[in-house]
Design a protein around this ligand. Sequence first.
Ligand SMILES: [Ca+2]
Ligand SMILES: [Ca+2]
Ligand SMILES: [Ca+2]
Length: 90
Amino acid sequence: MAEAKKAGSALFDRLDRDKDGTLDGRELRGRLSAKELAAADPDKDGTLTKDEYLAVVEQRFKAADPDNDGTLDARELRTKAGRALVRLLQ
Ligand SMILES: [Ca+2]
Ligand SMILES: [Ca+2]
Ligand SMILES: [Ca+2]
């Protein structure tokens, strides 16, 4: 989980091309659908702060980790939830 968040944090900085501290739909480049973006954006400003983005990473990580041991093994990464997390981190 710590690694997933570190990767998410580094990716966030890379995707935030205008360095305003948020990601808009364009900067996310298809990583989240419009619907997923809306669900991840509680303040409804159409952009994700790093906290909002990492909350999605955490949510997907938990969904992909049914045995709750805080790590994802190869099998867990191949599940639908695991692949959804990987999509978000690359
Ligand atoms: Ca930005
Ligand atoms: Ca927001
Ligand atoms: Ca696990």
